[in-house]
Design a protein around this ligand. Sequence first.
Ligand code: UD1
Length: 376
Amino acid sequence: MLPSTRCDPSSAWNCAPYHRGVKLLSVVGARPQFVKLAPIANAAAAAGVEHVIVHTGQHYDPMLSDVFFRDLGIPDPDVHLGVGSGSHGVQTGAILGALDAVFDEHRPDWVLAYGDTNSTLAAAVAAVKMHFPLAHLEAGLRSFNRRMPEEHNRVLTDHAADLCLAPTEVAMGHLADEGLAQRSVLVGDVMTDVLYQVRDAAADREVPLLGELGLARHEFYVATLHRAENTDDPARLDSIVEALAGLDRPLVLLAHPRVVAKAAEHGIDLNRGTVRVHAPLAYPDLVAAVLASAGVVTDSGGLQKEAFLLRVPCTTVRPETEWVETVALGWNVLAQTADEIRAAVTRPAPVPTDEAPYGDGDAASRVISVLVNSAR
Ligand code: UD1
């Protein structure tokens, strides 16, 4: 039994009607954080909550940043730190150093940190050092893989936070196991909010990828690959690409700059066999492409879950996942070796399910409600 605090009227963190005068400051920097910011910005505006958006500049390519603000209707950032790329210490430190003055100027009632990137950790450390209340969105996810930079970012942020906003029951369980139950609330998954909205809007949308690459609906796979564990070791990257190159259908690799840079550095040809390399897509185009595909291959956290929510089979090129529900329900298979990847991608269709472990698409309004009602 989980000792969870739920977002319901009888709980300590209740969902009573909003009151005004609360100032929220969001710190975002990388692509998946912009997706999470979209429903939060909407819900904050709907509730009349003042919302300051700080973009760290961790991601700066237009296809990894600007298009998300444009397509998801997110207001332009109030502050842009422009830190850019760097080693973990350099990047995290640059954000941390720059945030002091921003927090001091805006003096928020809540600093909201998103997910598990270096921008998340820097926001958390800056907030607690300056005694600003810190809330962590997407709290409690664990891979238990201490080689992953994101695992450290999320564990440290959860333990620094005054309020852990968890997406799932499993995440609430992890928070309880680490002694954080009293500051944890199950709000649901905000990526589900935005995905459902974009999916409904994309129902009759053309899929530019089909015409551009001459692909037939449901006769191709969509892939993304960006994690250091998969891209930075040349032998590992080569074996993954070799597996993707020998499939039964074309596979469109939506190539993150990191995988392009690493492949070039090590002389690895990404464009071989069934693989077709393509630039990353804007979010609505990605959703439309996944819906039109026969399956997804990825090492992204968000895309595994999006594939499940769209009921498209997924193969995750990692030894573990934080979104364990997708695996338990049969829609996601973890695969590490080239043989495992090929077998997983071409496996029979999963059993249909109506389970909704990621909520009902209304998490962002619960987040705002909890923040407003627990502001000091
Ligand atoms: C970061 C997050 C990861 C998240 C991912 C989403 C960390 C530790 N990792 O990984 O959790 O899943 O974002 O994409 O915070 N680059 C560009 N243009 C950009 C941004 C990056 O070319 O706009 C290149 C640079 O060579 C850079 C490399 O990509 O060094 C890696 O970028 P970085 O932000 O450090 O990590 P990601 O791999 O994007």
